[in-house]
Design a protein around this ligand. Structure first.
Ligand SMILES: Nc1ncnc2c1ncn2[C@@H]1O[C@H](COP(=O)(O)OP(=O)(O)OP(=O)(O)O)[C@@H](O)[C@H]1O
Length: 344
């Protein structure tokens, strides 16, 4: 009997090609579209129009799963609250864990599927997640908090392709696919259309000028409101008489102050991280750690104690923000991850 795969379909080209490829490979396919946002501006209708076309072309069934309340509670509200608390959130990591490889996986299992496929650029061998071949699109960082048990169900057919190959492939395939390649590439964070501050503005007054402090607590300038800044940012505030660029080192929501310093002040050699999600059992190990998406992997030693990871970096890192994720790699293999709590 054919194995059955549920494909998470967003109406975008990656997941559409994913469904096509798996059908060609001989799987029985069904699609599911997640309603994640409470929008009535035609956003869902446009996506569903594409899904309608693709599923007709493939002659497969699709479902619509409304997870907008869960998404608002667990992803969107967490995003807003993090900025209010002066930390830098990572909503895509939470969404992959709780929504896509949480609720959507459960839905697929309830429908009797053997696998859940998505158009993520990452690899899975059923036990571990790995970086995709296209390093510029790799999304393994965002998948490192998923439940270890979910990995056995993952299928990522795009893992060995480059995005431009997928686009070319889709254009040559059929009009219904070609039409979707003209759709705008989705935003890095699906509910942030421009910049994150536009989202936060809807919930808080972010324009509250305050003092810029140096490391010793002296007032050295003025800023526009702490929520405008993230760790490592170097623009948008004044520092009297500064000869060198200054970077944000710390955000203090209680006093609406920010602490800035020259680049060397931002140097981090140790990181403590909580909310561990490990795919290996070792309590001490060496690895390469990414301290934010798009950062280089930094060699380190890791010790796990009392549910926290104590990470000693072999080379200093700069602009490390609490709220972001420390993801441990052994070459391309993801070993696990933890949320950055503090740095030294
Ligand atoms: N609303 C949704 N419903 C179902 N699956 C989704 C949805 N959004 C994303 N996915 C799945 O997660 C994958 C990764 O999402 P991401 O937003 O990073 O994709 P993308 O590169 O824009 O992909 P696509 O071109 O398919 O939109 C998608 O390829 C799709 O399989």
């Amino acid at each position: 009997m054919k194995k059955k795969v549920m494909v998470g379909m967003s109406g975008g080209i990656d997941s559409s090609v994913t469904a096509y490829m798996l059908q060609k490979d001989g799987y029985e396919i069904e699609g599911v579209y997640l309603k994640l946002h409470n929008r009535n501006d035609g956003y869902h209708e446009k996506n569903l129009e594409h899904i309608e076309d693709i599923t007709k072309f493939l002659n497969i069934k699709y479902h619509i799963l409304d997870l907008s309340d869960k998404f608002t509670r667990e992803i969107y509200d967490y995003f807003v609250e993090s900025y209010l608390e002066g930390t830098t959130p990572n909503p895509c990591v939470k969404c992959n864990k709780q929504i896509k490889f949480g609720s959507m996986l459960k839905f697929a299992q309830d429908k009797g599927c053997d696998f859940l496929a998505t158009g993520h650029y990452a690899k899975s061998d059923g036990t571990f997640v790995y970086e995709a071949d296209d390093k510029s699109k790799d999304q393994s960082y965002f998948l490192s908090q998923v439940d270890k048990k979910a990995i056995a169900f993952m299928k990522f057919p795009l893992s060995t392709y480059k995005k431009e190959d997928i686009l070319k492939f889709a254009k040559d395939l059929d009009n219904v696919f070609e039409k979707i390649t003209q759709k705008n590439e989705s935003q890095e964070i699906c509910f942030v259309e421009t910049v994150y501050t536009d989202v936060i503005k809807k919930h808080a007054n972010i324009d509250m000028p305050g003092d810029v402090l140096d490391e010793k607590g002296n007032i050295v300038g003025e800023h526009k409101g702490y929520m405008h800044y993230t760790i490592g940012k170097r623009r948008g505030f004044t520092v009297k008489g500064a000869q060198h660029p200054h970077f944000v080192k710390e955000l203090n929501p209680k006093t609406n102050t920010i602490v800035v310093g020259k680049k060397e002040v931002l140097e981090v050699n140790e990181v403590i991280a909580n909310g561990l999600n490990m795919f290996i059992d070792d309590k001490t190990f060496t690895a390469n750690v990414k301290l934010r998406y798009r950062s280089n992997a930094n060699p380190c030693e890791v010790k796990i104690e009392n549910n926290k990871a104590y990470i000693k970096l072999k080379e200093p890192a700069f602009g490390v923000a609490s709220g972001q994720l420390a993801v441990f790699y052994d070459n391309e293999k993801v070993l696990g991850s933890a949320w950055i709590e503090s740095t030294k």
